[in-house]
Each structure stands twice: as C-alpha cells, then as structure tokens.
Ligand binder design. Structure first.
Ligand code: PRX
Length: 643
C-alpha cells in the first residue's frame, strides 16, 4: 500500500464539525492522555443516566480492567428511556427495509414499548439477570429489540450471525451455557429464505440446557414447532404489558459475548460489559461520524458482527440517532439496491466495508449514477485495509468529492473504533486509518516491546486500557491473559502488523497470526482445518488466506487424503460444501488443493508461511532449512503452474 495523496477536510465541513480543526483534536487527545479518568468521567456524566454514581473511574489489576467502578446503570435505559425524556420520543430510532421491499419506521417511543414487551416475555418465562441468551435472527427490527430486552433485564446476550451453520451455533450455545434461544422462521437473502429455525433445531439436538426457543415470524414458511420448547414470539406477547422497568446493573455487568476467531480451532467468546462500552461507543459515534440530530445514519454491516453491535445498535441508539437497517443483499433485485436506499431514505452517513465497495466497483458506475446521492455527507470504511483505488472510487463516485471518508480501525476486542480520522479535523491519506482517537495510545513495536522507527513495520499494540475494551474471554481468563497481554510485555497485543509514518499516521498491514480476513470477516485457519479433518476422507489439512481482488483474502486449503481411490473433482466440491456446513457459507473455501504431503518442520509443525508464499507468489524464497521434506514445497509450487 503506497501513499498517494492527502485530503484536507473541507472548510464547510470543518465549520460545522463536532470536533472542528486539528487544534481541537489535539486538545481532546491531550486531555484524554494526561488525565484519562477525568476525561472519561466527564463524557460519562455529560451524556448518560446512572442509577448510582461510581466510586472511582478506573481500576487496573493487570490484565483485568474495571471502569466506572461501583456505578449502576442500564444500557437499554440509556438507549431508550433517556430519549423519551429529552425530546426524542417521536424521532425515528430504526428505519428498516426488508429485502422484498417492506418498510418499517419505528420511533423511540415505539421501540421502547417493543423492548419492554419482549423483556416482559423473557421475564414471564423466568429469565433474569445473569442468565444467557443466544440470538440467531435475520436483520429485522426484532433483532435489536431482543438485544435491548436482554440488556434491560441484565441477561447477557450472544448474537450469532445468521450465516453461521448449526454446528457453529451449537458450539456457541454450549460454550455460553445459554438457556434460551431467540430466532425467526427465516430471513430473506437474494430472494431465498435463510432457514434459521431449521439450523436451531439441528443445533439443539445436543443442547439439553436450552429451555425455550422463541420464534419471530418473518418469512411465514412452514416450520416444525416442538411442543413445550418452541413458542411463537407473537403468542408470548399477547396481553403482555409494554412497561418494564430497566434493571439497574453494575457498570461491569456482562452486556454481551461475541464469538470471534482466534488462532485455534475454538472460537473465543469476547466479553463486553456495560458502562465503559456504552460510554466509548457513543463518544466515538459522535467524534468519528460527526453525528448530528438530523442525520440518517446507515451502517451496512450485519448485526451479528461487532460492527453491528457497536455501530448499528448500541452506539447510534445511545446517541439518539436514526439508524437504518437493511435486511438483504446489495444486488437484490439489482446492483443499485444500496443507492436506491440512500436516495429514498435521504441517508446522510454511510458506513461499509472495502469488500462491499470493491464488489460494487466491479458492477460499474452506472448503478450509483442512476441515483441522487446528494444527501450523503460522510462515508466510512471498516473491517480490512482499504486499497487506495477503492478509496478513490468511494470518494469520487459515491461521495462526489464532497464527503470525507473515515477509515476506522478496530476489532471485536476493542469494542469501539480506535484509530480513525476525525472528519472535521484530520487530513486523510487513502489507505491509512490516520491518528488514534482520544484515550487510545497505540504504538508499533518489536517483539520485545521496543518501538520501531518511523515507517518501520512492527506489531501494533495499545499501551493503556480503554473503557470499551474486552474484559476477558468467556470462561477462559488464562487465554485472555496470554493472547492479549502475554505477547509483548505490559501492553495489549492487537495481532496486526502496522507502520507509523512521519506524520504519526497508522498504516495497518494485516494480521500477524493465523487469522484470515475474508470480506472483512475474521476466520481462523485452524477453524477451517479442524472442519476439514472431521471429514472421513481427509488425513491432514493446512489452510491459508490467498489474496483476492474483491474479498481481500480467500480461503485456500491444502489437503492430504486417507488411503483409497478418490475423485478429486467431486471431493473438492464436497469439501467446500462440508466447510460451509461445519462453519457457515461465508467460510466456504475458494480453492481445495490435494497434495501428497504438507511441508512441515522437523518437529511436525505445518509451515503455513511457505504455503502462504506459494499461493501469493508461487515461489518460496524464505528459509526452508527446517523442512522435513523439501521436495514437498517444490511440488506444491509446481502443481499450481500445471493447472
Ligand atoms: O486486521 C484488522 C482488521 O480486522 C481485524 C478485526 O476483525 P474483527 O474483530 O472481525 O472486527 C472487524 C470490525 C471492527 C483487525 O485486527 N481491520 C479492521 N478494521 C480495519 C482493519 N484493517 C485495516 N483497516 C481497518 N480499517
């Protein structure tokens, strides 16, 4: 990624910005760095309601942090009730569009009633603070309603992305110890039904602790309902009150667990708590998106990923924004669906991923050019490095050179945006997330923790705990400690490589661990390998990310087979399907390559680095002296050329 040009904020934008000009940013950053506790206390007091105040702002018992210690609050209260008192009762909270074209506009008042009613449903079935709920739903308003109803009662939720398979769902239900599953009959994607309830039924064959399945009707398809276990959402809501007081919970009460891929076959449950998460996601919402009262804000992510949690649901609603939710695919019924949404709803802020941008570029400019995009005033990008060409297209064709682009770097673990340009202050350079947000102290270091020089590549670390950060890995505090705080002494290890240029701008270079980034979704090579070796024909598997024009990376698998006669073509197709079934369709490998052996070190470790080199450059240049069987590598590289 090379630097091209610098774009200074336009004076018209600076004049109206929440953080206006470089001086204002520097001052905010300085205060957060020098007196972090005063800084965050001020943000927390200015914007939120607390049932009880904190005794102190921050407690650090490395690597375990507490923010707003002793305070009591409730995120759902702050996302809903607070707005009924401050004049937003009739403001649209959720502007929803289904893939078939149906629409719902839900005010804060209505959303409050919907959340209270569903909270009462959960309460009536005996669920209470400390219980855990799995939410496996399409992108319909009832998904945030379910999340907020859980938050209202102190029930810890875990949303599982609807693209995950029954197997993946089962693993999450079990790890979390969930006793209730909230789902729907199905959802719409590319005019086809995604059969969610069927996956729940399959998963629950091995989850005896789940007492209730609550099913929202969306597609109306015929689904089996198990007596005593499965209930229709609308049946349970009948006659239920739309008043339900929010439970005051501790600032450190577990709000949600979100599973993400790590470096092993087991996904890890990232735990986020209440007070610090709420404060920092909302503050970043105002800073990075320059949020104003009249904005119509659309983040195109799925709520099943962290982007959706923080910047479709909790951040925007706590800030009292109008948040747009679209159920389906960008190409249904045609490639201008998104631009039609922007035009019809007069979207002012659009937040999406580089993969989506690249996919839309490929369809040609005529699709966006058919629509009036003049309502847009700010564009955002998240999930993976944005290549300068995609950045320029986004800027020119979508933003018409009027809208600043905020390239936001963060992670499931960070909870909120960490590095991003404040659009009315910081000049942008395509491909760089630019500078850290207030309260964020990043650094690029070597393995011993020593800072590397300007423009040198190193590991990106964060030097100080921040309010929205991960608290632990659910059920595995040791893994939390070793993965994030045990790599480089005393600091948070992000798993990303980066460099910092002479202006202090951060350039993210990608993961340094065995994590792939496919369409901005995190996927572990080990997870795919474990899925593959569960197939009866597979002896061994090694998986690497292969550069891909649209999705950033694609899944490439090297597979050795057990004895027997195999039809490689048929087996290749079968294994791709198998992985989709074991993990989810988004993990479906792009390529399966059969080989007689895998390159290993003398101690038996698969040398993925070499495989990565093979799929990237088709040659191997690195050190191969520790290889057990050198011929394997040359054969794998040659195989590619024969195809
Ligand atoms: O490698 C970085 C990349 O995505 C990883 C985090 O993935 P996940 O937890 O799934 O969260 C994605 C949405 C916040 C990071 O370690 N990443 C995320 N945003 C960017 C990025 N890489 C470059 N630029 C970004 N803006």
């Amino acid at each position: 990624m090379t630097e091209t040009s610098t774009y200074a904020p336009k004076p018209e934008f600076v004049a109206q910005a929440n953080v206006s000009g470089m001086e204002a940013y520097r001052e905010l950053y300085r205060r957060a760095e020098e007196t972090p506790e005063e800084f965050w206390a001020e943000v927390a007091e200015r914007e939120f309601d607390w049932f009880e105040k904190w005794s102190h702002v921050f407690e650090w018992n490395p690597p375990f942090a507490k923010w707003f210690v002793g305070a009591k609050t409730n995120v759902a209260y702050n996302c809903l009730d607070r707005h009924l008192k401050n004049g937003r009762a009739q403001k649209i909270a959720i502007l929803w569009e289904g893939e078939p074209g149906d629409e719902r506009k839900i005010t804060y008042q209505e959303l409050h009633s919907m959340v209270c009613r569903f909270a009462n449903v959960l309460k009536n079935r005996g669920y209470k603070s400390g219980d855990r709920a799995i939410i496996y739903m399409p992108m319909i308003p009832e998904l945030p309603v379910a999340m907020l109803a859980c938050a209202r009662l102190g029930i810890t939720h875990s949303v599982v992305f609807g693209g995950f398979s029954a197997e993946a769902l089962k693993a999450r239900i079990k790890d979390l110890g969930a006793t209730v599953v909230i789902t729907a009959d199905g959802g719409w994607r590319r005019a086809k039904e995604v059969k969610l309830k069927a996956a729940v039924d399959e998963a629950l064959l091995e989850c005896p602790d789940v007492r209730d399945v609550i099913v929202r009707k969306r597609t109306g398809s015929d689904i089996p309902m198990k007596d005593g276990r499965d209930h229709w959402w609308h049946d349970l809501e009948e006659g239920v009150s739309s008043e339900c007081p929010a439970e005051p919970v501790d600032a450190e009460h577990p709000l949600y667990v979100l599973y993400t891929s790590g470096t092993t076959g087991q996904p890890k449950g990232i735990l986020h708590t209440t007070g610090g998460y709420m404060v920092q996601t909302t503050a970043t919402m105002r800073w990075v998106f320059d949020l104003k009262e009249n904005d119509v804000y659309w983040c195109s992510a799925d709520i099943g990923w962290v982007t959706g949690h923080s910047y479709i649901v909790y951040g925007p609603l706590a800030a009292g924004a109008t948040t747009v939710i679209y159920e389906g695919a960008p190409d249904t019924p045609a490639f201008d669906r998104w631009w039609s949404i922007v035009e019809r709803h007069r979207i002012t802020i659009l937040y999406t991923s580089p993969t989506a941008i690249r996919a839309l570029i490929r369809q040609g400019d005529e699709w966006p050019n058919k629509h009036d995009l003049s309502s847009l005033r700010l564009l955002g990008s998240v999930g993976e490095p944005i290549n300068p060409a995609a950045w320029e297209w986004y800027y020119r064709v979508i933003g018409k050179q009027r809208c600043p682009i905020v390239d936001t770097w963060w992670q499931t673990e960070t909870g909120s945006i960490m590095i991003a340009p404040l659009p009315g202050a910081i000049p942008t350079k395509p491909g760089s997330g630019t500078l850290p947000l207030p309260g964020v102290l990043p650094q690029v270091v070597d393995m011993s923790g020593k800072p590397v020089g300007v423009d040198q590549e190193g590991f990106l670390v964060i030097r100080r705990p921040w309010p929205a950060m991960i608290r632990t890995i659910w059920g595995d505090p040791k893994r939390y400690e070793s993965q994030y705080w045990g790599r480089v002494p005393g600091v948070y290890f992000t798993g990303d490589a980066a460099r910092c240029d002479a202006d202090g701008y951060y350039w993210i270079l990608g993961r340094v661990d065995d994590v792939m980034n496919v369409s901005g979704h995190r996927l572990s090579t080990m997870e795919v390998e474990s899925a593959l070796v569960r197939h009866p024909a597979v002896a061994e598997a090694a998986v690497v990310g292969k550069p891909h024009e649209i999705t950033g990376q694609a899944v490439c698998c090297f597979v050795t087979l057990k004895q027997g006669n195999h039809d490689h073509n048929a087996l290749g197709t079968e294994l791709r399907k198998w992985v989709a079934h074991e993990i989810g369709a988004f993990a479906r490998p792009e390529e399966i390559r059969f080989t007689e052996a895998l390159p290993k070190t003398r101690s038996g470790k698969i040398m993925r680095r070499l495989l990565r080199e093979i799929v990237t450059t088709r040659t191997v240049t690195g050190d191969v002296t520790t290889l057990e069987d050198l011929t394997v590598v040359t054969r794998l590289a040659a195989q590619r050329d024969e195809e």
